[in-house]
Design a protein around this ligand. Structure first.
Ligand code: IFM
Length: 459
């Protein structure tokens, strides 16, 4: 029996520029916030940086050959803003655009649909002079950058993602200072989140000036489950959902920020004057599809706000002996399926594209040269099954893009976590398709869920 997915369903894989490209000082690229953040002692595990990564700026033809070998029909990649506009605004660097044009043309020649992300976290450092995403000037800057990329590529690229995971940027980059640009300020994080959404709207306006473009934002959605049956924990889970999910979903797809979460923010930081009259109207109604990045769920309990806890809840789990990835993240396909059904119910009429799903499973090559990553095979199988069940239940899911095509730089965790369908030997850059990659290829080829292969432990 084949999976009940719509015709033209996009099966693919995803990467981002800073996590894979390397070649940071090539072809006129400017510095990004991640270049600078990586130089802070202790910012990235192992003192790692993005200078080499997977070497994809040079080795991109190999990456595209991998997509073909896997039989994938779509590739999500990101354009590095600082390659196109080294100073964030103003002068356009044609060598940067030439590079991405070559990639897009080569994808199309291979029959692979490009899904282009404009901001996967690597804002040009020069824009930090105005506060980065915490400054309102970021919105016009993003529109200018979008225009430069669209002028070159919007005649060939149909699927555009303006922002990747705005909540994560606001939380880790501006609230906790654990990601670039390393700011730890609650008000700045509120401002950053809002400007990321406004910039999505400004970018969408530019892109909609070109025929055939479809514009979405990719949100990292985290189903929030109450720790107990108590009304207090139920309220906490609802609040947490407001904070990570609805604060982004509702303005994009429902016309404005949710009132309950607005009240939480006002209690925490005072007046929300960063949101100007007309902003919510600008953000509403410009999103053609929702990008869904799903990794796990969170279990939430009621808690008094206090130092380091601006809102009345805390994440307490999931706890116990569960299936987990290498970094302890719970693997929970059921929550993925439920999320897709919930999105279809609560935000009807918006097609969904799974723009990321995956996990850190660090298997390395064994004596036979292969990577027997059975845990990732289970993860793919269970999540695709959950997605198919959600589609059967009415969710309009148009594609599934696995994170990631390649092992790559996992931000502040450096190169330790491995998310790829393809193993990357970092000292040489050599790529080896893992058993999970072969499994995914078979799934895509057959449109069904193959039985996991029996692994012969000794080759
Ligand atoms: O590697 C990241 C990606 O850049 C954004 N989404 C989550 C992935 C895994 O943590």
């Amino acid at each position: 029996m084949t999976l009940p997915l719509p015709p033209g369903f996009l099966w693919g894989a995803a990467t981002s520029a800073f996590q894979t490209e390397g070649s940071l000082a090539v072809d006129g690229r400017g510095e990004s916030v991640w270049d600078v953040f990586a130089r802070r002692p202790g910012a990235i595990e192992g003192g790692a940086d993005g200078s080499v990564a997977c070497g994809s700026y040079r080795r991109w033809p190999e990456d595209l050959a991998l997509l073909t070998e896997l039989g994938l029909g779509a590739y999500r990649f990101s354009v590095a803003w600082s390659r196109v506009m080294p100073a964030g605004t103003g002068r356009v660097e044609p060598r940067g655009l030439d590079h991405y044009e070559r990639v897009v043309d080569a994808l199309l020649a291979r029959g692979i649909v490009p899904v282009l992300t404009l901001n996967h976290w690597d804002m040009p450092q020069a824009l930090m002079a105005d506060g980065g995403w915490a400054g309102r000037g970021s919105v016009a800057a993003f529109a200018e950058y979008t225009r430069a990329v669209a002028d070159r590529l919007a005649d060939r690229v149909e699927w555009w993602i303006t922002q990747n995971e705005p909540w994560v940027v606001a939380l880790l980059g501006y609230q906790l200072g654990l990601h670039a640009p390393g700011v730890a300020d609650l008000r700045a994080s509120l401002a950053a989140g809002h400007h990321l959404l406004l910039a999505h709207a400004a970018g969408a306006q530019v892109l909609h000036g070109f025929p055939r473009t479809r514009v979405g934002a990719a949100l990292n959605l985290l189903p929030c489950v109450p720790a107990t049956d108590s009304p207090a924990d139920a309220a906490a889970a609802r609040g947490s959902d407001g904070y990570c999910n609805r604060w982004y979903l509702d303005p994009l797809l429902r016309g404005g920020y949710p009132a309950d979460m607005r009240a939480h923010w006002e209690r925490a930081v005072g007046d929300l004057d960063v949101v100007h009259d007309g902003d919510e109207a600008a953000i509403a109604g410009c999103t053609d599809f929702l990008g869904v990045n799903y990794y796990t769920r969170r279990v939430v309990a009621a808690a008094e706000p206090g130092p380091g806890r601006p809102f009345p809840w805390r994440v307490v789990g999931p706890a116990g002996d569960l299936t987990r990835t290498d970094d302890g993240t719970e693997v929970h396909p059921g929550a993925f399926g439920d999320l897709l059904v919930r999105l279809a119910r609560d935000y009807p009429g918006t097609p969904l594209l799974v723009t990321e799903n995956g996990g850190a499973f660090g298997e390395t090559p064994t004596h036979d040269g292969r990577v027997h990553d059975t845990r990732r095979i289970d993860q793919i199988r269970s999540h695709v099954a959950a997605m198919a069940a959600a589609v059967a239940a009415g969710a309009d899911v148009q594609g599934y893009l696995y994170w990631s095509l390649l092992d790559n730089l996992e931000w502040a965790m450096g190169y330790r976590p491995r998310y790829g369908l393809t193993y990357v030997d970092y000292p040489t850059g050599r790529r080896t398709i893992k058993d999970s990659g072969r499994y995914y290829a078979e799934l895509v080829r057959t449109g069904d869920l193959p039985e996991p292969p029996a692994v012969a432990p000794f080759g």
